[in-house]
Write a protein that binds this ligand. Structure first.
Ligand code: 9G3
Length: 565
């Protein structure tokens, strides 16, 4: 490809609106341009990379026995009403009306559509197992689209759906997809970890894993064991419940009220009492499906609202506002405590392991000391309601400790069970002639997000360093002077030979100063650069891999051999 003809508008400056490194690189290297917030056009270079990512996904899906389909983006609202999800989503679900005023959604995902399709085509166990997938544009009207393709409102997803006659079959389909995901992300040159995750809104009965690309910009936090293979999204991460009781320095005595004027936060309390944050009991009032509930964790821990929501099996869960808190505890925020509450009390294991602690007195400007869990919290529902913290013991092995990493979720696999097949009446006749609901799994990869994740991990101060498997071109031929006929002839000869060898070549035939050419070459990150300069007359070129500092002086056939290798 001649670069003088390629639409690749590189930018010298870093665009101010781009915060993430990958977003800056995609704009500067001319891979994408924004049409509207969270909505992008892929320019030729970006499209070439996206197509290679799709191709890797396609090859591994086909290798795993999945069959490719393509479903519509426009989905009748009736399907979402049948699955009961139409009301579950707010403004994030794009809704529209057609010319006959019938309601549709622009699909954020396709459980309903694929289940309705299979309902009509599969009726016997002989047709199972069946896994169908598509690579298609999804619409989710994110409140705060950001970081370029990392969180867009229109994005490319590979979504697959498996159908089995029983849970053993689902386990096999799930395992097959899980292994395919490991191959896909490895082939893309991504540093990633599969982690145990929370099923979230999609529901489903049996387990789910997320594939996390390790990157500081990642919105997710994952807990990884130092010793064993345990890894989990912080939303779900467990830890070894130590039996030891945390002894704090104050002796056991009767409850003692302390006047704590306007002292509400743990750090204020810690200073006021001269004790560590783990000496306090933090009481938070939530409203779960309209009912107040008190959650108590140790002062140095945070409530994990996903765990809380799962334990309560609540559809709606939010922190009580000031007014509600005052109404149900008798005190404003910051003075709530476990003693004297007339609502369910959920106490975290680590809090119950405290010998005693200081808690709010349910009275403005007062706290109470010497609260003893075994004495004052006997009626509390013990559980795991907190986020793991770094250094917690691993829940799976004896010695390991949890370390935290930031991650970008690039894949998510779910065991759905019968949630959608029952809601949409997708059944089959089993071997005994009995009608059963199909057992489903669903499996997603954010293909456009994957492009960003790769860029977060593969760049240096000069620009992109593409993994060879997904680079837009394999070789970048850069004649130092496009006006020099000797150089151009050699460059064109080299381009032709490499093209015949099946390599994808970009030739910088622009009439630009060498410095500009080399800066652009580093920026767009094609794996191998071949400079045709002053030694062209002797047939010598300079070959330099993008991720190495030194270049090699080689003759033409050596350069071609090097490029092929
Ligand atoms: C919606 C909206 C946003 C959503 C969903 C539905 C996420 C929704 C979860 C999934 C689960 C899996 C198949 C591929 C893998 C992921 N955001 N999810 O269901 F209406 Cl607005 O999409 N779907």
């Amino acid at each position: 490809m001649r670069q003088s003809q390629l639409l690749m508008p590189t930018l010298r400056e870093v665009p101010s609106e781009a915060e993430a490194a990958s977003h800056q690189l995609m704009l500067r290297a001319g891979l994408i341009r924004q049409l509207a917030a969270g909505i992008y056009t892929y320019l030729p270079l970006g499209r070439r990379v996206l197509r290679k990512l799709e191709q890797i996904v396609r090859e591994e899906m086909d290798h795993a026995g999945a069959q490719e389909v393509l479903m519509p983006a426009l989905q009748p609202a009736e399907l979402w009403q049948q699955s009961g999800r139409y009301e579950d989503y707010g403004p994030e679900l794009v809704r529209l009306r057609d010319r006959h005023d019938r309601e549709f959604t622009l699909g954020p995902t396709h459980e309903e559509v694929i289940t309705a399709l299979v309902r009509g085509e599969v009726s016997s166990y002989r047709q199972l197992p069946l896994t169908l997938y598509q690579i298609q544009t999804k619409f989710r009207d994110e409140k705060r689209p950001r970081y370029g393709l990392l969180r867009g409102r229109e994005f490319l997803m590979k979504d697959a759906y498996s159908f089995d006659e029983d849970w053993e079959g689902l386990h096999r389909s799930y395992t097959s997809m899980y292994e395919a995901y490991n191959r896909i992300f490895t082939r893309c040159g991504l540093y990633f970890r599969p982690v145990e995750a929370d099923a979230g809104s999609i529901g489903g009965e049996g387990g789910t894993h997320e594939f996390m690309a390790l990157a500081d910009i990642g919105e997710d936090t994952i807990a990884v064991c130092t010793d064993c293979s345990y890894a989990a999204n912080l939303e779900k991460a467990e830890y070894r419940i130590d039996k030891r009781v945390d002894v704090i320095s104050i002796q056991q005595q009767e409850l003692k009220r302390h006047h704590t004027p306007d002292i509400k936060k743990i750090d204020q309390l810690s200073e006021w009492f001269g004790l560590g944050s783990n000496a306090f009991m933090k009481t938070l009032i939530y409203v779960a499906d309209g009912k107040p509930v008190a959650v108590i964790v140790r002062g140095d821990h945070e409530v994990n609202e996903i765990k809380l929501k799962n334990v309560l099996a609540a559809k709606a869960l939010e922190l009580a506002d000031q007014e509600t808190t005052e109404c149900v505890t008798g005190a404003p925020l910051g003075f709530a405590g476990p003693i004297g509450l007339s609502m369910p009390i959920l106490a975290d294991y680590a809090l119950l392991a405290m010998k005693e602690g200081i808690a709010g007195a349910n009275e403005q400007d007062y706290h109470v000391a010497h609260v003893i869990p075994s004495v004052h919290l006997g009626n509390a529902q013990a559980g795991d309601y907190r986020n793991a913290v770094e250094g917690d013991g691993c829940p799976r092995c004896e010695q390991g400790r949890l370390t935290f990493h930031r991650g970008i979720e690039v894949g998510h696999v779910f065991k759905l069970g019968t949630k959608y097949s029952e809601a949409l009446n997708a059944k089959f006749l089993n071997a005994s002639g009995v009608e059963q609901p199909l057992i489903m799994g669903c499996y997603g990869i954010g293909v456009s997000r994957l492009l960003s994740a790769v860029l977060e991990q593969h760049s240096d101060s000069n620009g992109i360093i593409w993994p060879k498997s997904i680079a837009p071109y394999h070789v970048h031929i850069v004649p130092v002077s496009s006006k020099d006929q000797v150089q151009m002839d050699l460059a064109l000869q080299l381009a032709a030979s490499l093209g015949e060898a099946g390599l994808e070549v970009l030739l910088d035939d622009r009439d630009e100063r060498p410095g500009v050419k080399f800066k652009d070459s580093d920026l767009i990150g094609i794996p191998l650069r071949i400079v045709v300069g002053k030694h062209a007359a002797e047939g010598i070129v300079e070959v330099k891999p993008r991720n190495e500092l030194e270049s090699l002086k080689l003759n033409l056939e050596e350069a071609i051999a090097f490029a092929k290798k």
